[in-house]
Write a protein that binds this ligand. Structure first.
Ligand code: BGC
Length: 453
């Protein structure tokens, strides 16, 4: 691979990603149980504009059309998540066959179009019935999750060859249990470390189960954000170390090294519990890959007021920011892949999400959506990933976030991350320039990276 050669390894998996609650709509159809997101969005004041996932992209009814659209774009892979409460309305116990069938048919349709499915078992929509029993705070959740995973493995492992246990456990605890911006909306210094630990135990228990019933690959999806110190001052350096441990080491260190970073105690103080050694054995299961979601970096400064990590972000006057106020920083993807390679002995990695919300121009009369900023974002990030592969990282696939505009959690529908535009009034799907561009990158296995859309 020369500097100008942007082709990727043979069999590199190119696709897009979504998650159940963000696109499906019809959350209670066909016997599904409510999830914590169903409750969260129907509590007034918790999402922007009072937006809900009641309809979203109506994918629960338009899935065939969506698969055809992916095939028309030449996409080779699709990462989606399963809504736990569709399959097990109570979170455990009796299987709702209709819910399970939805995913089974989706997988068949993907395979019939030559699209490789990557299935995530948990992308934040915890069954409400389990939340009533404490959710991620209840130690029993490890086997509730493993039992649910078992149902999915047995139903789909013949056809699904890439499984992920959890999507972004960091966001689940930071947003759901520490700061409360996401479901279940708790704000507790004491709960967050407990939720972290049981998420990891649940992950371990599901991987363990997979080894006895599954035949293919399983991994964990984490969001990583490199931290660069704003200055050489001891305070900024220490804040950077804490922020890095909190966001990047908190989940991968236990999984690969069998322990939490030392900084966790510094961050949580008396709220950081001790756990039995056997837990770490459960958590440290051998994985087949790491799913890495990359969006941005942080230039970090000491910020005593920002509990509990006491780290803040310094805005970069020369940089481009997305609509979610994230700095566009492709080099961070290369740097973080280097960090994974060095710290965790170069595991196989899939980029399971990467993308940006920008203000998109409206759909033009000729049907075009000229989202030049997103094209530029994709080009630079795919290039940054290519650089890491050239340096030795074992990256095996890339899933752009997201296939289509969708429900951006507490930010509702205002933020658009899609390669395909959604008109929420008509459910009309319109591929943006970025979709056309990505389609050519995929068809050329990266060679067309620098061509104009
Ligand atoms: C999540 C997605 C989300 C995206 C953009 C990731 O943290 O996995 O569900 O839509 O980021 O915010």
């Amino acid at each position: 691979m020369t500097q100008h050669d942007t082709t990727f390894p043979e069999h590199f998996l190119w696709g897009t990603a979504t998650s159940a609650y963000q696109i499906e709509g019809s959350p209670l159809a066909d016997g599904a149980g409510p999830s914590i997101w169903e409750r969260f969005v129907h509590t007034p004041g918790l999402t922007i504009g009072g937006d809900t996932g009641d309809v979203a992209c109506d994918h629960y009814r338009r899935w065939r059309e969506d698969v055809r659209m992916m095939a028309d774009l030449g996409l080779r892979a699709y990462r989606f998540s399963v809504a736990w409460a569709r399959v097990l309305p109570e979170g455990r116990g009796t299987v709702n066959t209709k819910g399970l069938d939805f995913y089974s048919r989706l997988v068949d349709e993907l395979l019939a179009h030559g699209i490789t499915p990557l299935t995530t078992l948990f992308h934040w929509d915890l069954p409400a019935a389990l939340d009533d029993r404490g959710g991620w705070l209840n130690p029993d959740i490890a086997h509730w999750f493993a039992d649910y995973a078992d149902v999915m493995f047995k139903a789909l492992d013949g056809r699904v060859r890439h499984w992920a246990t959890l999507n972004e456990p960091w966001v689940v605890t930071d947003g759901g249990y520490l700061h409360g911006a996401l479901a279940p909306g708790h704000r507790s210094l004491y709960e967050a470390p407990i939720a972290t630990h049981h998420l990891l135990r649940a992950h371990g228990a599901a991987v363990q189960r997979y080894r006895s019933v599954g035949k293919h690959q399983i991994g964990l999806v984490v969001n990583l954000e490199p931290k660069y110190a704003a200055s050489d001052s001891a305070a900024d350096q220490a804040a950077t170390r804490r922020a890095h441990a909190y966001m990047n080491g908190q989940y991968l260190d236990p999984v690969f090294l069998g322990r939490y970073p030392d900084e966790m105690r510094e961050i949580f103080g008396a709220a950081w519990p001790e756990w039995p050694a056997a837990d770490y054995e459960l958590i440290k299961q051998k994985l087949d890959f790491i799913g890495f979601n990359y969006y941005t970096r942080s230039v970090t400064r000491d910020a005593p007021e920002a509990w509990p990590v006491r780290a803040g972000r310094v805005l970069q006057p020369q940089a481009t920011y997305t609509e979610t106020s994230w700095e566009v920083f492709p080099q961070g993807l290369t740097d973080t892949l280097a960090w994974i390679r060095e710290r965790y002995a170069n595991p196989p990695v899939y980029i399971t999400e990467n993308g940006a919300a920008f203000y998109d121009p409206p759909v033009a009369e000729n049907g075009r959506v000229a989202d030049a900023l997103r094209v530029d974002y994709l080009r630079k990030h795919i290039g940054a990933m290519h650089k890491a592969i050239a340096a030795g990282s074992d990256v095996r696939g890339y899933m752009a976030w997201s296939l289509m505009d969708n429900f951006e959690w507490s930010l509702g529908f205002a933020k658009r991350f899609g390669l395909v535009h959604i008109n929420y009034a008509t459910q009309q799907r319109t591929p943006k320039d970025s979709a056309r561009y990505y389609s050519r990158v995929v068809a050329s296995n990266g060679a067309a990276l620098h061509e104009d859309p």
